[in-house]
Write a protein that binds this ligand. Structure first.
Ligand code: AHG
Ligand code: MN
Ligand code: MN
Length: 362
């Protein structure tokens, strides 16, 4: 069966898009139905991945409910602690972290979890005291938390791998330090004007919008793909003077009056929201290394790898300026890397600028 996107649908669910790229509302497909339908992509599937995705769906709804109450109940503002990376935790960081971990542990569907908000990875032991599951999850439970207090979109990012340690034994750090190319699934939840869950299992990217009255996610953005050309660049330009020369030159290139330039500058300060917009409208997100952040700010395992997987599945590209993000071999859990993600040709242009001015400092 061929959909009107021109690509072939391989499952039983049939999708018809209208001219504005949305599915028609009389074809409501729930996320739960979609997950089961797509299980067929994994010939020897035991349903474990489906249960895992369903747990994430549940946790997303709980966090959504809480985020929506921000301002009414005492959940905005800083918590008492800093995380291991020395960042001030917000109350919602702590809440979201707890909800996602609980949802995954209660259902006994993962053997290990690593989170941006945890010092180390969690070894999940089942009621029978075993570690009999095969998947591990890495996550940024609340992305863009500095936006919470001011009613701006935040998100959750997740990444799923198969363990490499033997089933039945405790997980090891090596299970979590796998390169991004080993990801089985990845996605994000965006708590925005509407709440969406967007994910991939390596067969394209699909987006689901929550109907808050029913508490059900419906397929609203099937087969998401970057437009051919991008005209948005997203970077915290306040750090301009600390950027490497190649990035300064690229910013000037974006601002030049020539051809389809100048590009538009848009920066929310929440990777999920900036990436989501750029994937739909076409654009590039940059978080370079700088004298302030010598290795960049974003975390390879919780932020860059999952977003890179989605970007590539949507026809885009993700790089550290020199190499493909998903081929980097992680060395530590909370490792940071420079990050450039978006339309393929825009990321390639950035790589060219970085290479050209690599040796020059300012
Ligand atoms: P987090 O809230 O999970 O710590 O992530 C914030 C990240 C990312 O989402 C965002 O794009 C970036 O930090 C913003 O950093 P600046 O404030 O330095 O621009
Ligand atoms: Mn983040
Ligand atoms: Mn976070």
């Amino acid at each position: 069966m061929t959909s009107d996107t021109g690509r072939t649908e391989t499952t039983g669910i049939q999708i018809t898009k209208s001219s504005d790229n949305q599915i028609t509302m009389n074809q409501l497909i729930t996320l739960g139905e979609f997950i089961i339908d797509r299980q067929a992509h994994f010939p020897y599937s035991t349903g474990e991945l489906s249960s895992l995705l369903n747990s994430i769906r549940l946790a997303a709804k709980v966090v959504n409910h809480e985020v929506n109450k921000a301002g009414l109940v005492d959940i905005i503002g800083a918590a008492e602690n800093e995380n291991i990376q020395g960042e001030q935790q917000q109350k919602l960081d702590v809440f979201a972290n707890k909800v996602f971990i609980q949802a995954l542990i209660n259902r006994e569907i993962v053997c290990g979890i690593a989170s941006e908000e945890e010092d180390s990875y969690i070894n999940v032991v089942g009621k029978d005291k075993g570690n009999n599951n095969k998947y591990i999850v890495l996550m940024d439970p609340l992305d863009g938390s500095s936006n919470i207090d001011v009613n701006v979109s935040v998100g959750t990012i997740f990444s799923i791998y198969r363990r490499i340690s033997p089933v039945g034994k405790p997980v090891t750090e090596d299970d979590f330090l796998q390169p991004g190319v080993n990801q089985i699934a990845a996605g994000y939840v965006i708590y925005g004007t509407s709440t969406m869950l967007v994910y991939t299992t390596g067969h394209g990217v699909n987006g689901f919008t929550l109907n808050p009255a029913l508490g059900v996610f419906y397929l609203s953005h099937p087969d998401m793909f970057f437009p051919d050309k991008g005209k948005i660049y997203s970077i915290n330009e306040g750090n301009y003077r600390h950027f490497p020369k190649g990035i300064k030159k690229y910013i000037k290139y974006c601002q030049e009056e020539e051809g389809d330039r100048p590009y538009t500058s848009r920066y929310i300060g929440s990777l999920v929201s900036d990436f989501h917009r750029n994937m739909i409208k076409g654009g590039v997100y940059l978080y370079p290394n700088s004298s302030r952040y010598p290795n960049g700010k974003l975390r390879l395992l919780y932020e860059c790898n999952p977003i890179a997987f989605l970007a590539e599945q949507a026809g885009g590209k993700a790089s550290n300026g020199k190499q493909r993000i998903m081929e980097l071999k992680p060395e530590e859990l909370h490792q940071r890397v420079p990050f450039y993600v978006g339309n393929k040709c825009m990321v390639e242009k950035i790589e060219k600028y970085i290479k050209k001015y690599d040796r020059e400092r300012t």
